[in-house]
Every structure is written in structure tokens, then in C-alpha cells.
Design a protein around this ligand. Structure first.
Ligand code: XMP
Length: 571
């Protein structure tokens, strides 16, 4: 019942599949097991929902502005209040109706959410004498349902802070980041955790299933955070854990069939993870009623166009109509003489729309346009939670205007990226495609500084292929030898072509060739990044292979710049 989403062109309202179920069938939606995250603007709101889903419990994010009546109607098994940047005792800070805590539904408050819960229910929150930030040792009460099997037993904290009830002290490392603190829990609440500086790191009212924790169980620095969230959703809330990727695939396939009927669906397939998984799902559901248009703009990585065709084209594993448009020459023509990065991006984006539009005209009217929108896109565009991050990298944003269709179908709209990957594996899409690195829409066009030419594309494709091959090989052998991933293994790595030519010597001959730059970053969210410390001998091997094997290159640089001030891509 999760998955597909339908966009009604007339009404212009996007509905998530879960919301669609809610609209069409109140009873089914009401019975669906789910936990609701109420977002107070914290930076980890999406992480909270992801972690809950890792416990096999479906979870959606709503802004704190969402009505209590609406929350009640969703009939959640539990509610989680996120962190946020404000002080709950200030007049204009985000708040929530007290009745939320009187619904009989378990509530877990995190950081700001915890403080707010205490504040509303009569506890005391004030500016902390000592600001806690980072990994902190927390002493939890092992008898608390929230902390079942958390931490290691210790007598370090015995008797020091707990008020009057019997506890079983366990120590564990948690991530703290707060200026305010709970100086006094609300009446009927007992202290369930503390630290050296924080007398109430957690408070609980077991009878009412209300829990407040000052730290962040959703971030991985909290060593047993997932266990705590598991204890809440599976233990306290009593969720059975029915959210599974194989059932997602099954349900979505069924749902797409019902909605699409014998209609025709058009999808712009980029070969990226999201559009590939969307294609796989749609093909499983409706076979040849799906047409995928794959535009090879000549700015893909080496052999990528053929790899996409091998999976989705004729003779591949999926039943669908696959149209590959070889638009390489057309793009190179448009890009000739253009050096300004934004102009290059614009040309690449516009040309995509033009090519797609031409293909769409040949196909004629379709009933549905499919898109690979995923849940973070929905939340970030302000439709889900509170934080309105502006997405600057929209690749096929303008498409709907140019295609004659009635509705949009977005089968991945409820999924996080890691869930999209799991769905991809469940559909049998090759791992190479499912675990692809992020690749920008404008492709190599923004990894070639200055003018793009077919020859420069060849250089950067070949250098990049060598670089990725060597890094992958070295990372795999490290993991095999040590049993853990290499600490330097980058989250994104690629070669770019600088616009610099310099003098070199090869054999007895003077050369005047290009310099390739190698980029590799460690990052969690791609908003900030550090240059990865790839061992020198790996870099040297890459350098020597690139210079020997790629004609037109006589120098190789390694980019040490972090983001900020640099960006990950070069343009
Ligand atoms: P920057 O260069 O902004 O990149 O530090 C951050 C992440 O976004 C990717 N990126 C793009 N992705 N279209 C995309 O789909 C784009 O135009 C684009 N520009 C950058 C980049 O690869 C990195 O993962």
C-alpha cells in the first residue's frame, strides 16, 4: 500500500501513497502500523525517520504546525518529537498542544522535543551552566524500557544523581548538543539517565509511556541509539515491524497496476539509482506499457550508456520499451566554445528537455509521467517536515511542462535513499548500478573545466575509469585483509580535467598536455566534505597509469580542498 503517488494535474496537489491510502480508504490507513515524527526544525529529522524504518516500522515526518486532529486521525502507534534550534521557554518558539501527551499514544521527545515535553508538562528547562557538545558518557537506568539492554553495567554513577527510585546503572556513549537543559523533570516523571554535567539526560513516565531524552539516539555517534529507538518503537509502542522492502516492492507493484490500469507511462531514465529503481518497479508492474527514454548526452562516465542499455534495453532483464537517444554530437555542438560553468549547466539542462520533448512527441500522449522523486526530496521541498532546504540540483525539474500526460506517478516517493537501494536489489537490478556514486545531472560537463570537446570527454572518461578501478581494487583488498572497510574509502571520487596545459617530457620528447585532477571526499551529507586520505602509493599508481594510458595527459594532481571552501564538483 506504500509507494506510488499520483499527481493530479488539475488539482496540482501531490499526495504521498500513504496519504492516498488515507484519502481513498480511511480504514486501511488507520490500521497501517506507523510512527509519526513531529519536526521542530532539527537538523537530524530525516535521520530519526530513517532509523525508525530500520526497525521495520513505517514512519513519516510532519511539521510541528500539523494539527493535533490530523495527527490523531493518522492513528500512529507512537510519536517522536525531534530536536530543534530554539529555546522552548521563549515566547515564539515552536510548541505543541498539551493534549498530544494525553492521547494515550507513546511519545518520545528528543533534545528540543524532550525539553518541550518537560516544559509543557510542568518541568523546568533553562540555560545549562555547562554546554554539552559531542560524545558524552551517559549513565542510563537499565530498568527503563527505553534502555533495555543498553550500556554496560557500572557502579560509577551509583546513587549520585538518581532521586528516589531503584535503578540499574549502565554507561553508554551518546551524542549531545544542547545549550538548554532539563533542570527538573515534570511531575510524575523519573530521571532515567544523567551525565556528569546534566542531571536529567532522560526522564520517563512509564505509566503514560512518555519518554524524554536530551541526547540524539538517531546519530551514529550515539553508540546504542538504534537500540534505544528500537526499544521505543518495537517495545514501548508495540509495533510488530511490518515495514519490509520486499513487501514494499510487492505492494507498490500491485498499487501501480491498480492505478495505471492499461494506461501508458513515460519515464526519463538517467541510469542513476532512483530512475533505475523506478523503471524496475514500473516494469515489474506494467511491462510494455512503460516506455523509458534514456538520453546519452555524451557526458556519461566511460561505458555507462552501454551498461544502462544492457540492463534496461532489449535482451536485458526488464520488460519495457527502451529508447536510447544518442545525442552526443548534438550536445558537443551546443557546448562548443562555451566556457562559463553556469551557461554550460543551462545548455545541458535545456538540451535534455528538448531531446526528451522530441521523443515524447514521437510517442504521443501518455497517461502518466513517472518520476524518481524520493522522500528526502519531498521533505526538503517543504511538503513533509519543517526544514525547507532549497534543492539546487534539480535535473529534470522542468519536464512536466513538455509532456502530454494526465498524472505523475512517483513510486519511490516514500523511500529514503538506502531503501531505494534495497528495493533495487529486491528487483534484481545489478549491484553496480544500485550502489553507484552520486553523479551530477550535467555529468562530465561540469568535470571538464572550460570548453567541452569530444576529445576532452575521452580524456576524463579514461582517467576517471582508471582512478575508480584502482581505488575500488585497493579498497576491496583492504576490506578483505582487515575485515573492515578502509578508513580512507571515499564517499565520492572521480577524475576531472583541468583547463591547464603544461610542459612535460615523455621519453625524449617534450610534451604540452593537460593536467588531470583527482578528487576524493569523505562526507556524510555532501553538504560538507573532507578530502580523503587515499594512501600515496595508490595515488601514485593511478598517476602512472593515467599518464601512460591516457593520451593527452602529462600531469596528475590530487585535490586536497575541503568543502567549504571548495565544492565537491569542479564547476
Ligand atoms: P557540490 O559540487 O555542490 O556537490 O559540492 C555536492 C553533491 O551534489 C552533486 N552535484 C549535482 N548533482 N546535479 C546533480 O544531480 C547537479 O547539477 C550537481 N552538481 C553537483 C555532486 O556530485 C555532489 O555529490
Amino acid at each position: 500500500m506504500h509507494g506510488a503517488v499520483f499527481y493530479n494535474k488539475e488539482k496540482s496537489d501531490f499526495l504521498s501513497s500513504a496519504a492516498k491510502v488515507r484519502e481513498d480508504n480511511q480504514e486501511e490507513w488507520g490500521n497501517m502500523e506507523k510512527v509519526i515524527v513531529i519536526d521542530f526544525g532539527g537538523q537530524y529529522n530525516q535521520l530519526v525517520a530513517r532509523r525508525v524504518r530500520e526497525c521495520n516500522v513505517y514512519c513519516e515526518i510532519y511539521s510541528y504546525r500539523t494539527d493535533l486532529a490530523q495527527i490523531k486521525e493518522m492513528n500512529p502507534k507512537g510519536i517522536i518529537l525531534t530536536g530543534g534550534p530554539n529555546s522552548c521557554y521563549e515566547a515564539d518558539s515552536p510548541a505543541y498542544a498539551r493534549e498530544l501527551f494525553e492521547l494515550g499514544i507513546p511519545v518520545l521527545g528528543l533534545c528540543y522535543g524532550a525539553q518541550l515535553m518537560m516544559h509543557i508538562l510542568g518541568g523546568k528547562v533553562e540555560k545549562a551552566p555547562v554546554r554539552e557538545y559531542g560524545k558524552i558518557e551517559v549513565f542510563v537506568d537499565g530498568t527503563s524500557p527505553l534502555f533495555a539492554e543498553v550500556g554496560t553495567k557500572t557502579d560509577k554513577a551509583a546513587g549520585a544523581i538518581w532521586d528516589d527510585h531503584k535503578t540499574d546503572d549502565h554507561a553508554t556513549i551518546c551524542w549531545m548538543s544542547h545549550n538548554d537543559y532539563i533542570s527538573k523533570p515534570a511531575p510524575a516523571f523519573a530521571v532515567a539517565a544523567h551525565t556528569a554535567d546534566c542531571p536529567v539526560a532522560a526522564a520517563e513516565c512509564r505509566e503514560k509511556n512518555l519518554y524524554a531524552i536530551q541526547f540524539h539516539p538517531e546519530v551514529l555517534h550515539t553508540q546504542e541509539g538504534t537500540k534505544m529507538l528500537y526499544n521505543f518503537v518495537r517495545g514501548v509502542c508495540g509495533c510488530a515491524g511490518t515495514w519490509r522492502m520486499d513487501s514494499f516492492v510487492e505492494n507498490t507493484v500491485k498499487e501501480i497496476r491498480e492505478k495505471v490500469g492499461d494506461g501508458k507511462v513515460l519515464l526519463a531514465l538517467s541510469g542513476g539509482v532512483d530512475s533505475s529503481v523506478a523503471a524496475g518497479l514500473l516494469s515489474r508492474a506494467i511491462g510494455k506499457q512503460l516506455t523509458c527514454v534514456f538520453v546519452d548526452h555524451g557526458l556519461l562516465r566511460k561505458d555507462e550508456g552501454d551498461e544502462v542499455e544492457a540492463v534496461f534495453g532489449e535482451g536485458g532483464q526488464f520488460d519495457l520499451n527502451f529508447i536510447r537517444v544518442n545525442a552526443q554530437e548534438r550536445y558537443y555542438g551546443k557546448l562548443a566554445g562555451v566556457t562559463e560553468p553556469e551557461q554550460k549547466r543551462k545548455i545541458i539542462g535545456e538540451e535534455f528537455i528538448r531531446v526528451f520533448e522530441e521523443e515524447a512527441k514521437k510517442i504521443g500522449a501518455v497517461d502518466f509521467l513517472a518520476q524518481g522523486t524520493i522522500y528526502p526530496d519531498v521533505v526538503e521541498s517543504g511538503l513533509g517536515g519543517e526544514s525547507a532546504v532549497i534543492k539546487s540540483h534539480h535535473n529534470v525539474g522542468g519536464l512536466p511542462e513538455y509532456v502530454d500526460f494526465k498524472e505523475i506517478v512517483e513510486p519511490l516517493r516514500d523511500l529514503f535513499k538506502d531503501e531505494v537501494r534495497k528495493a533495487g536489489l529486491a528487483l534484481g537490478i545489478p549491484e553496480k548500478l544500485v550502489f553507484r556514486q552520486p553523479f551530477p545531472g550535467p555529468g562530465l560537463g561540469i568535470r571538464i573545466i572550460g570548453e567541452v570537446t569530444a576529445d576532452k570527454v575521452r580524456i576524463v572518461q579514461d582517467a576517471d575509469a582508471i582512478y575508480r578501478e584502482e581505488v575500488d581494487k585497493a579498497a576491496a583488498s583492504y576490506a578483505k585483509e582487515h575485515g573492515v572497510p578502509a578508513p580512507w574509502k571515499p564517499d565520492q571520487y572521480f577524475a576531472a580535467l583541468t583547463n591547464m596545459r603544461s610542459v612535460g617530457v615523455m621519453g625524449d620528447e617534450r610534451t604540452y598536455d593537460y593536467a588531470v585532477a583527482l578528487r576524493a571526499v569523505k562526507t556524510v551529507d555532501f553538504m560538507t566534505a573532507e578530502s580523503a586520505e587515499i594512501p600515496f602509493e595508490i595515488l601514485q599508481k593511478v598517476m602512472s597509469r593515467v599518464i601512460n594510458e591516457v593520451r593527452g595527459v602529462n600531469r596528475v594532481f590530487y585535490d586536497l580542498t575541503s568543502k567549504p571552501p571548495g565544492t565537491i564538483e569542479f564547476e
